[in-house]
Design a protein around this ligand. Structure first.
Ligand SMILES: [Zn+2]
Length: 483
């Protein structure tokens, strides 16, 4: 019994401690007036957006639309003005429908090399398969490279990969090729490619939809081809610079759509209100994996439910207080994962002239701290490209430069779509290259809610300062991004 008795008093003491602690903690939390943003609200929004019920918020799917409607309804609750399209009743709404055009191949694409006046041909399905196809036609000049090289701009590059090269090696050279604006890559087929090709069951490559009316430039097109050994050897031995073309005729395959959610706080100063600050994130993710055993849902808690929650909570905090002098748009873009169509459309139909946009702060993957920077600190992509980051730091932002410059994050999110149009646009993140990236394991259970609560709270004062100041950030000489 005895053992019980001392245990009982310890138990009572523990319970008392927990009650007092939680009471004081809660009291502390709710008593902490500086903590405008509360962890429970962040949990509520994260657990909804990253729930299995949202089926990974696949780009241009009904679940992406639900995410947009949800975020729009939260904007309405926070007192924001609608800045999307009229809703079903004709009243101003918070959701913007982005019409997409879907194309499909009419026939098997052909790989053609012009050798003098002779055309050498390799056929899709018989000689090759495709793992990436961004655009119905890709053309470029032949270049043969090794796995650690970066192909030239416009090159149709054959990659000599070592036999034991893994998936990461292919992804790395593909990412470098994309950034270098190469036209396409040719790999030797993997065993899995070979089996699918020889089974004769390979479907024609799927073409990504594109924003209606936006034909996209030839330089946006990109492809990754996997060739059988014989075809790979034949094309590798052609003269460097040989003109290579890959594609086929297409037809319209109906319409699709992606969705943005947009809310606004109109500036209080008649002049300054003509200038706008964008706070953005992307609301889509990868959806559900086909033919996968076990967990197939890409919940996208960090990518990018955490960004959406940051924009929501900043809307709540700024919506509650006195109106800032400048106007602020809160935007959650659709289809970032598939080409940035939501952002492309939004910029093409901007609610304010582009030169009236003071800055875009894009929030991406800030649900977990990055061990490469100090505690409770966020980082900014392209920090040295403009004077925005340094000025926000001067105003109390816990921001440092992106510690992963080799990853080219500045070019890898929606901020880049705006930056290419001249808008000072950077991404705020704390992504520490965790291995749940773009995997079904990117779950809400992995989110550090205390860190998120602290981080988002730390951005309120600097954003408020920017929205009430006349400061206009600018690109550093020679650092404005170009195509
Ligand atoms: Zn993302």
């Amino acid at each position: 019994m005895n053992s019980v008795r001392p245990y009982t008093s310890r138990a009572i003491a523990l319970v008392l401690f927990i009650v007092i602690q939680s009471h004081f903690g809660l009291a502390q939390q709710s008593a902490r007036t500086d903590l405008t943003i509360l962890e429970r609200n962040i949990r509520a929004e994260m657990n909804f957006l990253a729930s299995d019920a949202m089926q990974g918020r696949g780009s241009a799917t009904g679940y992406e639309r639900i995410a947009a409607e949800y975020i729009g309804s939260q904007f309405r609750q926070f007192g924001l003005e609608p800045a999307g399209e009229p809703d079903a009743s004709g009243a101003p709404g918070f959701v913007q429908r982005v019409p997409l055009q879907v194309l499909k191949f009419q026939e098997r694409p052909m790989l053609v090399a012009m050798v003098g006046s002779q055309a050498r041909r390799w056929e899709y399905g018989r000689d090759l398969l495709v793992s990436v196809m961004r655009g119905p036609q890709v053309n470029g000049d032949l270049q043969v490279i090794d796995a650690d090289d970066t192909p030239a701009k416009g090159a149709f590059a054959v990659v000599r990969l070592p036999a034991n090269a893994d998936r990461q090696k292919r992804q790395d050279v593909t990412r470098r090729a994309r950034l270098a604006r190469a036209a396409a890559l040719i790999f030797l087929e993997t065993e899995a490619n070979k089996q699918l090709r020889e089974s004769g069951k390979a479907r024609l490559p799927e073409l990504p939809p594109r924003v209606q009316g936006n034909a996209g430039s030839a330089s946006d097109a990109f492809a990754v081809l996997n060739l059988r050994q014989q075809a790979f050897d034949e094309i590798s031995t052609l003269p460097a610079g040989t003109r290579i073309e890959f594609g086929a005729a297409t037809q319209d395959d109906g319409a699709a759509a992606t969705w943005n959610a947009v809310g606004m706080i109109r500036g209080s100063d008649p002049e300054a209100a003509k200038e706008a600050i964008f706070l953005s994130a992307h609301l889509d993710h990868l959806g559900v994996a086909e033919e996968t055993a076990g967990d197939a849902i890409y919940n996208g808690a960090d990518d990018d439910a955490s960004g959406c929650v940051s924009v929501l909570e900043l809307a709540r905090a700024l919506g509650l207080g006195p109106k800032p002098k400048r106007t602020i748009y809160f935007v959650a873009f659709g289809s970032e994962e598939r080409g940035g169509w939501g952002a492309q459309y939004f910029v093409a139909h901007s609610p304010v002239p582009l030169d009236h946009i003071v800055a875009d702060l894009n929030f991406e993957m800030l649900g977990r701290p990055d061990a490469k920077v100090s505690a409770n600190t966020l980082w900014l992509t392209g920090f040295d490209r403009s004077n925005l980051g340094a000025e926000l730091v001067r105003r109390g932002a816990l921001l440092v430069a992106d510690p992963h410059p080799e990853q080219n994050f500045f070019q890898r999110s929606d901020n880049y779509t705006l930056a290419l149009r001249g808008v000072i646009a950077h991404t705020v993140s704390s992504f520490g290259l965790h291995t749940d990236y773009h995997r079904p394991s990117d779950e809400a259970s992995k989110i550090d809610f205390a860190f998120m609560t602290h981080s988002i709270n730390s951005m309120i004062a600097p954003v408020k300062w920017l929205a009430n100041s006349s400061f206009r950030p600018a690109w550093e000489p020679g650092k404005a991004p170009t195509r």
